[in-house]
Ligand binder design. Sequence first.
Ligand code: ADP
Ligand code: GLC
Length: 480
Amino acid sequence: MKIVHVASELFPLIKTGGLADAVAALAKALAEFGHDVAVILPGFRAVLDHPEFAPARLEFEVRVEMGDEFLRGEVYKLSLGRRRTLYVVRRDEFFDRRAPYGIGTRDYDDNAERFIFFNKAVVEILRLAQLKADVVHCHDWQAGLVPVLLRASEQRHDETLALGTALTIHNIAFQGLFSKKAFALTNLPEDFYSVEGLEYYGQMSMLKAAIVFADRITTVSPTYANEIRTAQFGCGLEGVINSRAADLTGLLNGLDGEVWNPATDALLPANYASDDMAGKAICRQRLLEKSDFDPEFAGPVFGIVARFAHQKGFDLILGAKDFFLQNDVRLVLLGGGDPRYENAFRELAAAHPGRVSLTLGLNETLSHLIEAGSDFFLMPSIFEPCGLNQMYSMRYGTVPIVTRVGGLADTVTDFEAAPTDGTGIVVEPEVASLRKGLARALALFADKSRMAQVIQNGMRHDFSWTKAARGYEALYRDIG
Ligand code: ADP
Ligand code: GLC
């Protein structure tokens, strides 16, 4: 089959979160099954500057109708490996910026123009490159208009550009909501701006557009597929989701074993595997040193790598922060985002040097070291569509402490609920429950043989992409 992915992130070229890892790994797995895979990305500065982009060639130009004017874009093409091609839409006015979506928690004011342009350019690429796709697979709101633009364009030109479309929702909390004025830039007939179409409480919603018009909808774990049908998790879109329930599936993400494998990971000071754990102690030692902690410290080290957002449970962690001060433990944090949390942890780290360490910003190497060098990985999300870090931590022999939501519930089994095959500590998304979970972590750490068993269970669990990719393949066959 010919499968075209449309996304705004792709590891290693541009990444702000798990979306980048998921799209890259899925594209790779599908190509390995023998499918022809193309990925279409916006030409963000990070992409153009990335060393892997250097061999890309200018392929053609697109002219994109945006309301009453036409805007040009350049399309670059690059091979990502066998049966994998990348197309990059370049228009520096829109994409040559420091960050892809905005600065800090503030989105760019022209995101409607930027992403409507990108979505329209995708349709032009399908036409000009004659991709003859079996399926165009869109990820998140940033690609949300593609299914409807594609159908409108096919009708207008009496042609077939793709047999079917799929949408994967990686996070329903991000919806691409813009003012009605932006709708004019789509050049869609006025009746598409309706409750049955793109309109959402007086605004245009790019995610809703895809939920309504894609042939199939998936999300990244079975539990999240059920959760988004409820008001608690649906973020206002539960009604639309329920109207498409027959076409909705939850396919659990996997992890890319070429990037996340402690036995081969070149970003670690030492490698290790489930049958030879010596290297993990070296990683732990390096993490203690890097965090300016006592390198002889023998107690438990808790790691966090995350976007600093309400989603990731930072209010729960702050609610339980006494735990980290009253017990002889260490806490290492890497991430950034919401200034509220950045400030709170900056203060905590400044007040307790030698016990709490904070590194702000994106740091690929440190993220691998925290996964490998910690004893526990803390991820008490309020909601979590899938979550990749908890899988990475299990793979790296680090016991995850997670809440029973979304993909966390689908990937981590509590070691007390499942004494023989438990892989972590599962709590409810409440401060009191997290406190209990942290206390259970201390007890587990003290029980060396039980701790070793939980670690082994996690390391040996199969989190490969094969199963999910087979699921997507079956779904494509169904629509293509
Ligand atoms: P989300 O996509 O919601 O942020 P995931 O767990 O799915 O959560 O994926 C997060 C990804 O981003 C992981 O690969 C994680 O290692 C990475 N990541 C998050 N913050 C940082 C950071 N500060 N530096 C490096 N990698 C990070
Ligand atoms: C989103 C979700 C995260 C998921 C990732 C990849 O960023 O927040 O839970 O793992 O997408 O699908």
